[in-house]
Design a protein around this ligand. Structure first.
Ligand code: NAD
Length: 487
């Protein structure tokens, strides 16, 4: 370990920013703490307006060169980054787990392979991106996706590298340059990504990484006149602030925000499957934007379903996320734990009954919790907790179920458990959500549009939708006449 590095399980991580192809220190630092055991991992460069300015300037300077690089050459570099991720998969997995507390086995088997796939997918999609020319009175219309310019990408702590690369990959594929700002609670894998990208031949300044508190570096990035796109994943209040800051330049925004998604369980559902789907909502200790935290079960099967759910949830193993047998890791930060506990205490004061958990285990772990007897307009039903806390409500009849499901300010996702295909079609048609799963959960394909309705977001990314966002779409109309060669 030197002044500017820290070591996690033998992996050396540079703690400085990555700007214009160089490591840059800041006068100030912030402390990075592991949620696994509260150990101090090290001091991280704490950027402010000056670092934001330098990073955007580097991205602006590198833009013409990268935008002018052929699609095929850009795709080759993206594949090389994917190779680099695969080569360092084990290192990325242990660093991410140590930094954000999510399960090591998920990082190894699901998340980090998906990080590599993000680069491969958008590289390949770029090469097939096309729109057939069409004619208007003999004139040819040609649609192109032109690189837009420097993009600011801001990400949260709950799935740091997966969410960062889901933005970085299409932005780079599109021919843009990037300033990535990871969350201050889990900044480490973004720094490793900078090393991997440089090793893969990405030119200096095409990807820049700056670290720091959103309140200190955020505004300088999001109000910068040279920034052409902002893609943000995080909470609604931060999104509102960023939208205000971006308004000065009318910078286009993509916002992927919170949720309060429902799991609708109909009486005709396979109850064993439905209970499994409900237990999945405790994954990553409930720190998942898509989690269906409101369980809505049809009255006729409520008792039986609840019995199965509580039996399964009681068997979940909570503990060190590096252990293979662990199902639930810690909460990211004692402040988050405090927030979760506050939600539960206020719910109980308002009349909620605890069916499971309802308490912290120590200063990092919160027990998987299930609350019932909750009012539809109560805080616990309406607001995102972002912890392992589910509510259970009952309904009678399809219409009532759909009404409850849609009755929040959010619209990120919804899950439906039913054995009746016609009901599935009717219900999914009425749900307000960016993604709806029927008898399944968390099946994600990068070709699909992803995003939220209402307060859960603005815009969609994924497949061509990503390129629509990260590019300036241009239509070129060419006349059949006026040519010197008369051809
Ligand atoms: P957050 O909004 O507190 O922070 C997200 C990022 O924004 C961090 O990098 C933070 O430093 C930065 N930030 C804070 N203030 C800023 C400012 N003024 N200007 C610019 N950047 C600023 O969110 P969080 O607590 O890190 O993440 C949890 C939230 O993210 C939850 O609401 C969750 O639902 C949401 N989320 C959504 C998705 C999705 O795809 N829809 C995915 C994961 C998480």
């Amino acid at each position: 370990m030197t002044e500017h590095t820290l070591t996690v399980a033998g992996v050396v991580v540079d703690t400085r920013h990555w700007i214009g192809g160089e490591r840059v220190a800041s006068a100030e630092t912030f402390t990075d703490v592991s949620p696994v055991d509260g150990a101090v991992l090290g001091e991280i460069a704490r950027g402010g307006p000056a670092e934001a300015e330098a990073a955007v300037a580097a991205a602006k300077a590198a833009f013409p060169g990268w935008a002018g690089t052929s699609r095929a050459a850009r795709a080759r570099v993206l594949h090389a980054i994917a190779d680099g991720v695969e080569k360092r998969l084990e290192e990325l997995a242990i660093v991410e787990t140590t930094d954000n507390g999510a399960l090591l086995r998920s990082h190894r088997r699901g998340v980090m392979p998906r990080v590599a796939h993000n680069f491969r997918f958008f590289a390949d999609w770029l090469l097939s991106l096309d729109h057939e020319d069409f004619e208007t009175r003999g004139h040819t219309n040609h649609v192109s996706w032109d690189p837009a310019g420097p993009c600011v990408l801001i990400t949260p702590w709950n799935a740091p590298l997966m969410l960062a690369t889901w933005k970085v990959a299409p932005a780079l594929a599109a021919g843009n340059t990037v300033v990535l700002k990871p969350a201050e609670w889990s900044p480490l894998t973004a720094s490793l990504l900078a090393d991997i990208a440089a090793g893969a031949g990405l030119p200096a300044g095409v990807l820049n990484v700056v670290q720091g508190y959103g309140s200190e570096i955020g505004d300088a990035l999001t109000s910068h006149p040279d920034v052409r796109r902002i893609s943000f994943t995080g909470s609604v209040p931060t999104a509102q602030r960023i939208a205000g800051s971006a308004a000065a330049n009318l910078t286009p925004l993509s916002l992927e925000l919170g949720g309060k998604s429902p799991l609708l369980v109909f009486a005709d559902a396979d109850l064993e499957l439905a209970a499994d789907l409900a237990v999945e909502q405790y994954d990553n200790a409930g720190q998942v934007c898509l989690a269906a935290t409101r369980i809505l079960v049809e009255e006729a099967v409520a008792e039986e379903f609840t019995r199965r759910l509580t039996a399964k949830a009681s068997r979940l193993t909570q503990g060190d996320p590096r252990e293979e047998a662990t199902d639930l890791g810690p909460t990211i930060h004692p402040r988050q734990l405090e927030k979760i506990d506050g939600f539960v205490r206020r719910a109980v004061e308002a009349g909620a009954r605890i069916l499971l958990g309802g308490h912290r285990k120590d200063d990092r772990y919160y027990a998987p919790t299930l609350l019932t007897d909750v009012a539809q307009d109560s805080e616990i039903v309406q607001e995102e907790v972002f912890g392992p806390v589910l509510t259970l409500q009952t309904f009678t009849g399809e219409e009532a179920g759909v009404r409850l499901a849609n009755d929040t300010r959010f619209g990120l996702a919804a899950t439906v458990a039913t054995g009746d295909r016609e009901r599935a079609e009717r219900v999914t048609g009425q749900l307000v959500a960016g993604t709806v799963w029927v008898n399944c959960f968390f099946v994600r394909d990068l070709r699909a549009p992803f995003g939220g309705s209402r307060r859960s977001g603005v815009g969609r990314e994924g497949g061509t939708w990503s390129f629509d966002f990260y590019c300036d779409l241009k239509n070129t109309v060419t006349a059949p006449t006026g040519w010197n060669d008369h051809g």
